[in-house]
Design a binder for this molecule. Sequence first.
Ligand SMILES: [Mg+2]
Length: 370
Amino acid sequence: MKITALTPFILHVPVSKSLIGDSTHTITHWGMPGVIIETDTGLKGYGYTGTHANLASDRLIVSIITDVFGPMLIGEDPREVRHLHHKLSKSSTNIWIGRGGLLQMAISAIDIALWDVKAKDAEQPLWMLMGGGASSKVAAYNTDCGWLVRTEDELVDDCKAMIFDNGFSAIKMKIGKPDPKEDFHRIAAVRKAIGDAPKLMVDVNGKWDIATAKQYAPRLADYDITWLEEPLWHEDVAGHKDLAQRIDTPIALGELLYDFDAFKEFVLAGAVDFLQPDATRCGGLTAVWQIADLGHAFHLPVTPHHGDMMQAQLHLVMAHPACSLLEYIPWTLGCFVDPVVVEDGYYHLPTAPGAGTTFTPETLERFNVK
Ligand SMILES: [Mg+2]
């Protein structure tokens, strides 16, 4: 099998509520710049990264996919996924001007598309190709009820609906208000509304400085918080290590780390308890698998971030022993031929061959802004 063409796309899909926001960003659309890898057999692989739908930077990503990496891929066998991942990652181009940001996101999209082709060629859902079991139970935690831009009353109503009406047993809420005391008022309201049983996570999105974290993070222990996510600047290993030694609440991070070495530094420092790689940013499923191996070696749970809208990473989570929990944000379910399904807080078993990333023709027509 040979790669014959790389066809780029840029999808901008409206989010489920009119405006979504955390401590750092507000967005109206989820961006999915990506690529269809075409082959001489007619099989096509779909891969993409996840953005806040900035058209200018999305165009840079697809340009890197087709213009920079395309010539390295045409004529190659797409089933040699790890070999091709290594080829792109260790190319002089990537080493000199990449290793993070746009180039790593381009590699991520390509890698996901390659795994999609490989699984389709094997006529298996990707979790099976990766060695997973059909009896694997993957729990979903819902983040689409905890936005910082919602009023406290709206937040409480949204969280209660996820727990009592939609069957979730784990939810995450955003914090990082200018006055942290307001955050704790909201946390107390949500915990009181949902009761003691559900898991509740909080996510600062890197907003706090170390002084704020030292002052306020210890108070999370009063609310049985499963993890405190990205309390500090994303790459601040020393700060997270300091904080981890001061608080009882576990620390989660990794959605804005771009490679294996960054995760290794946090793990070796004892600065993280839950690893959150994102296959659309850190180098695709090939890289997330390596990071999950790292977590497994240190007995740390690995809970991927939602950048691919769960479609491909669900397969990896089903197959890797370090994983059992996956974020859930249902903004793009209508875009896929085989969208993930969550019922009573657990993901259904994907059965279609591939990585679950094939878009419907209508999606590629309607939301493509390239
Ligand atoms: Mg987060």
